[in-house]
Each structure stands twice: as C-alpha cells, then as structure tokens.
Design a protein around this ligand. Structure first.
Ligand code: CAO
Length: 552
C-alpha cells in the first residue's frame, strides 16, 4: 500500500480553472486514468485522471473551487507501492478522443494569404492540429459567408469518436467562404474557408490562432490515452486545449461553446432535445429549447414551473424585536418546504369540504378493536379512510389521474396507491401504501402502522415514498375542525381529515347526535374539474357513512 497525492496536471498556462464536477467519492476504487474531477476554463473542460489505480482517500476540492497546476486535489492509496508517476503521465487524459485546441504560437502550416489592397486581406481558415486524430466529422457549421465574427468565435464544430471541438475564428473579420459542409471529414491542415480581416491592427498572424487561452486547460506534451483516445498531439507546444464533449452529470453530447452558452442561460443540457449527430446538442437545439420555454411561459401553459415574478421576501433581522435563536432546518424540512412552494405555486388548488357521518363506522370500528388487537393491529380511522379513498378512486376513475408534465395529456391510472402523511420529529414524510383497493382493513392497519414507524425512524426507502395517486393527511388525533391541505403533485388530490366531533344532525324528524368527521379535499384543478371532485367526495362520504358499501 502506498499513498499518493493527486495534483492538478499541467494546464498549459491556464490558471485558476473551475472545478465543475467531482466524479468520485472517498472510498471509491478507481482504475488508472479514471476521471476524478472535471475542471473547466473559459472554453474547454477536461478530466483530471487518476494517476494510478487505487482507492480514493480524500478529495480536498469541491465544485466551484478554482485550481491551478500543481494544486493538490486529494490522495489515493495504491495497491502496491507505486513510484511517483512521471509528470507527463499525470497529464489530463484526453477523455474520449479529446482534441487539442490549436496552438497559440503561429504554426508553420498556418498561412496568411494577403489578398486585395491595404485595407483588408484574406486569411485561410484551417483545421488546427487535431493531436493525431484524423478524418474527424464536421458536425456543425456555425457561420455563413457574410457573417461578421469576432476573434475566437466558433466557426465550425468538428467531432471525433466521442469528443468535439470548436474551431475558432483566428481573427475578427468577415467570413468570405466556407469550404466544407456538415458530414464532411477533415484532418489537420485542411482548408475550411476564407476570412476577410482588416490589414491594419492586431490581426492574428496565423489562421489557427488559439481562442482565449487564459483559462483554458491544456494538454501535456504527451498526454495519456484511454482506449478510446486518439493519438496524442505530436506538436511540441503546450497550449493544447482539451475539449470534452460529455457534459457534466448526464451523458449529454455537446460542444464546449454549447455547454458554455447553456451555463450562461441556466439551461440543464439533458433537458434539451438533441438533433445533432450521435444525439449531440447543438446551439440551435438550445435556442429552440429556450424559445419553447418562453412560449410556454407566455401562453401560461401548464407544466412549466417558476418564472412567475414573485418578489423575494425581505431579509428581516428578528433579533431587533426580541431574543431569538437560530436552528438549521433538517434536510427533510428543507425538501418539504421546497416541494410545498413548488406545488402551491404550480397547482391551482380548490378545496372542497364535507362532513362524513361515521357514527356507524365508529361503532363497527370499536366493536372490532379487540379482535384487531388479538391480530396485533390497531384499528384507527386511518385504515377505513384508506379503504374508502381507494373505493372512491375506483368508483370515480376520472379522479384517479395526473396531469402530464407536458400539460397536454391526462394520465389515467389503473392502480390505486395512496400516500399517508406522517408527522415525524424530522419533518413530514409521506409513505405510500400500494394497491390499497386490493387489501383488507387489517392488512391496511398493519401496513399503515409499519410505514408510520418506518417514517418516524427515518427508515423509509425512496421507492416507499413514490407512486401515490392521492394522499391522506389525518390530523384527527391532534385536533382542529378543518384545514386546506396542499396537493402533493403530481398526485391529483389530498384529503385533509380533522377531528371527529359529535354534532346535531337533522334526520327529518329531529336533531340526532351524530359523529361527524370533517373532510377537506384539495385537488389539482388543471387535472380535474369540480364535477369530478364533487362526485369523488360524495362517494367517499357515502362509503364512510356506510362501510357496507365497500362490499358492493
Ligand atoms: N378524530 C378523532 N380521533 C381520531 C381521528 C379523528 N379524525 N383519527 C385518529 N383518531 C384517534 C385514533 O382513533 C386513536 O385513538 P384510539 O387508539 O382510541 O382509537 C388516536 O387518535 C391516535 O391515532 P394515531 O395518530 O396513533 O393513529 P392514526 O392511525 O389515526 O394516524 C398517522 C396515523 C400516521 C396518520 C398519524 O399518526 C400522523 O402522523 N398524523 C399526522 C399527519 C400530518 O402531519 N398531517 C399534516 C400534513 S400537512 O403538514
């Protein structure tokens, strides 16, 4: 066993690049050259690979940090004593056929071809050094003749087996011609077109002048290769940008310019429909996505959250009013708060109220309590509510739906899973009881108790909190005569149950004392209408009033 410090490799002069992804966790076993972190400069990103195979002992940077060459990013423990790798082998792996950027220095083959008078001259646009990669695909032509471009603007995007690279404009000027089209294959030195640039001033002398290099990571002279890696660049310059087209988080293909634009616009790339070769997201795709979102937001289409222009709450120093203490919110509390805001703002709520006469249900429940206890279960009103809700969802299938997130379809469900809100010391949890319509009261009582216990012990698994059609939130044991629950979207509705109260009810001849259970049904008025909700509630109340109806 030997420990080895992991350092940021040579970034080719780039300094203070951003850590945009931590790809491993402490304890992970990695192979040599596995990506450990991803760093990104202005126009390029690259993997920092494991210098050796081993176990990650520590990662000392986090996303958002800035790092430079030589900075320590963590420690790795190797199986056997490993000699420190030579500097060059710690070079960033050319992830997935990375293609180096053109060199900053004028290259021999980069030709300036002055043409015309003193006012302007024409420059050849050439494929820069591809680091040994040959015959890469032209996958995007970003400009057309007549376009005015700034130095460094992307003119063409080329792609090797798994990586892509923008070919930047060597100078500011006007595109005279583009000699290739999408689908063509090009190699280092091939002519791509002609650019007209001003003869005076700071015109870059080479057609392959590099784009802004200050923050772009660069390859070592002899970068390592993964099996998918193309030959390393044979050129001696250090200023090779490594382009990496796999975007962070998801396996999304997109060029650096597209990724940068996506970040600037705050777009998550894996939400964008890709139209490029090999499912590659192009700039046009990004623009189309933004256009679509704006259109939806402007038309008020459903399914689109956020952007409703609500003013931020003011920051208030409560200590000016009296003594206070600050308590960090639990993770569950924070998630609940975010979900509540999201649901409250996205779902147009309507809440319908009714009282269910559960006098007979209560008589029956109490008569069954002893038997239930013998079977090891507590027969509270909750299993009856679960059973009655399931029956109502089956009886009124128009209510057992969800609005699809595209805002254009209704999802009809042929299953009946019901969530049950549980008050826990760490916050509100909603375990889901599946196939409630197929289960008996004792089974439901046992499962509800088990789920509530698991929720309170923090032992619920994610899949035990998913897939509900509807939720029951019972505050009956606590108190209150009514409340308006918030729909747990994408579920269609939620039943708020308050404390049973004995009330005088007119039976046609006189007022009789009846045990009335206050119910509040909140529903998503985008998915269902008042009629659906009214029928659902009426059926529910009738079943609770006479549980024999559950047998029908
Ligand atoms: N009216 C009067 N009494 C009620 C009642 C009601 N609506 N509902 C339950 N009770 C009684 C029960 O019958 C039980 O008494 P008995 O043992 O004498 O029968 C007693 O109250 C305690 O019940 P319980 O809370 O232990 O069990 P439950 O099955 O009624 O509820 C659960 C289980 C998990 C729903 C509940 O414990 C809970 O966590 N409720 C809170 C849910 C919540 O926080 N909702 C708000 C969400 S929005 O913030």
């Amino acid at each position: 066993m030997a420990k080895q410090v992991i350092k940021v490799p040579d970034l080719g002069g780039a300094d203070q690049v951003d850590v945009i992804e931590i790809s491993v966790a402490v304890g992970d076993i990695v192979a040599q050259e596995d990506s450990l972190i991803v760093v990104e400069g202005d126009k390029a990103s690259m993997d920092v690979p494991a210098p050796v195979a081993g176990k990650i002992l520590s990662i000392t940077v986090k996303e958002g940090d800035k790092v430079s060459e030589g900075d320590e990013i963590g420690e790795i423990e190797t199986e056997t004593a490993v000699e420190a790798e030579p500097e060059s082998s710690q070079a960033p792996v050319q992830d997935s056929q990375s293609i180096p950027e053109p060199a900053a220095e004028p290259q021999a083959e980069a030709k300036v071809k002055p043409k015309g008078g003193a006012e302007s001259k024409e420059e050849a646009i050439q494929v820069p050094d591809l680091g040994g990669a040959d015959a890469v695909d032209v996958i995007e032509i970003s400009v057309q003749p007549g376009d005015t471009v700034a130095e460094g603007d992307s003119l063409i995007v080329v792609e090797g087996d798994k990586a892509s690279m923008d070919i930047p404009s060597p100078s500011a000027g006007t595109v005279v011609s583009i000699a290739v089209k999408e689908g063509d294959k090009v190699s280092t030195g091939d002519a791509l077109g002609v650019l007209k640039v001003a003869a005076e001033g700071n015109v870059a002398p080479a057609a392959t002048a590099a784009p802004s290099q200050e923050s772009a990571p660069a390859a070592q002279t002899e970068p390592q290769q993964t099996p998918e890696t193309v030959e390393p660049p044979a050129v001696p310059q250090k200023d090779h940008l490594l382009e990496r087209d796999l975007t962070v988080a998801a396996q999304v293909y997109a060029g650096p310019a597209v990724r940068k634009l996506a970040r600037e616009l705050g777009v998550t790339l894996n939400k964008v429909k890709a139209s490029g070769p090999r499912n590659r997201v192009t700039k046009d795709d990004l623009h189309n996505y933004i256009r679509e979102q704006v259109k939806k937001a402007e038309s008020g289409a459903v399914g689109v959250g956020g952007g409703i222009g609500i003013a931020k709450m003011p920051d208030i120093d409560f200590s000016q009013f009296g003594p206070v203490t600050m308590e960090p919110m639990s993770k569950i509390h924070k998630i609940t708060a975010a979900n509540m805001s999201r649901n409250w703002l996205n779902v147009p709520h309507v809440t319908q109220f009714d009282d269910a006469d559960i006098t007979e249900l209560e008589d029956f429940r109490k008569s069954m309590k002893a038997e239930a206890e013998k079977r090891g279960v507590r027969l509270t009103p909750v299993p009856f509510l679960l059973k009655a809700v399931a029956a109502a969802l089956r009886a009124e299938p128009s209510f057992n739906v969800s609005l699809h997130n595209d805002g254009e379809q209704i999802v009809h469900k042929d299953y009946v899973h019901v969530g049950m809100a549980v008050d826990t010391p760490k916050g509100l949890m909603v375990p889901v009881i599946r196939d409630v319509d197929k289960k008996g009261l004792y089974e439901l009582a046992a499962e509800a108790a088990e789920m509530a216990l698991k929720a309170r012990d923090g032992k619920l698994k994610p899949n035990e909190m998913q897939g509900a059609c509807f939720t029951i939130s019972s505050l009956g044991a606590i108190g209150g005569s009514g409340f308006t629950p918030i729909v747990n979207s994408p579920e269609v509705g939620i039943l708020g149950v308050s404390k049973l109260a004995v009330k005088p009810v007119w039976n046609g001849k006189d007022f009789a004392p009846r045990q009335m259970l206050p119910l509040a049904l909140s529903y998503d008025h985008r998915a269902v209408n008042g009629g659906d909700a009214g029928r659902f509630m009426t059926y529910l109340v009738s079943v609770l009033a006479d549980v024999r109806r559950l047998l029908l």
